[in-house]
Design a protein around this ligand. Sequence first.
Ligand code: BV8
Ligand code: ZN
Length: 229
Amino acid sequence: MVFFTGAGISAESGISTFRDPDGYWSKYDPMKLASPEGFKEDPELVLRWYAARRQLAGKAQPNPGHLAITQFQKLFPHSVVITQNVDGLHARAGNEPVWELHGNIHRQKCLKCAEEVAFNPDNPDGINYCACGGMLRPDVVWFGESLSISILNQAFDAVKSCSLLFTIGTSTQVYPAAQLPFEALNQGAFVIEVNPEPTPFSAKADLSLRDPVGKVLPNLYEEFYAALF
Ligand code: BV8
Ligand code: ZN
């Protein structure tokens, strides 16, 4: 069982999504802030944006959608979370394993040596440097940057061998992540989409549940549990 998730699963924790009307991108130009070019052009702006998002994510709580996945993973020990989200809420909800395709906003790394470096409490949202002299940047995958090949291969292997895939809270627009639910379908998995809005994947899904994940997933867990015991 694979739970493939996007920003929508964190919406009920108060973290605005990327493309909904009040989503992040509506306030900022996405290609500007979440890209190497944007960082090069105005590192302070980008670092302030990430610091604000880190703070928001740190204050947010996992919601019933995240928590239901923890229950599912107990019932089905071989199930995995593959997320596009960088907010760390899946892990905080007790989901395990969680594969973060686009990195994690609570980590930063060196532009030069790629070492992970702890945040500087005296200068949390400004420019900081690694011991090697390189500038520090958020440890996330920006637009135009490649995803970690090992995590991507693991993710494709998992969707190619799963029997059931939930695609939850994603507008299914960002590649190569958006390819995953299609791969699951191609190999014959049963694919359930959970999203109040239709997406480019909806027509292909075996089941498209048009409700918020915080409502759908806990109910589905109860049904699975009742059917098994
Ligand atoms: C790459 C980390 C190779 C940073 C992110 C043209 C065509 C196709 C592809 C491209 C193209 N031009 C460029 C590309 C490639 C590009 C891409 O796909 N662009 C898209 C926009 C067209 N992809 C890349 O650049 C990727 N890398 O291709 O590398 C390469 C290498 C070198 C040179 C060339 C190529 C890297 C992509 C990774 C970008 N980083 N995040 C950060 O977070 O700051 S992506 C970002 O978008 C987040 O990770 C986010 O998760 C992700 C996807 O968005 P969603 O999660 O789907 O969120 P969204 O707001 O869109 O949707 C929310 C959904 O939730 C909605 O449907 C809503 O209805 C629903 N919802 C709301 N409430 C609820 C809910 N659902 C359930 N319950 C609710 N309560
Ligand atoms: Zn360094």
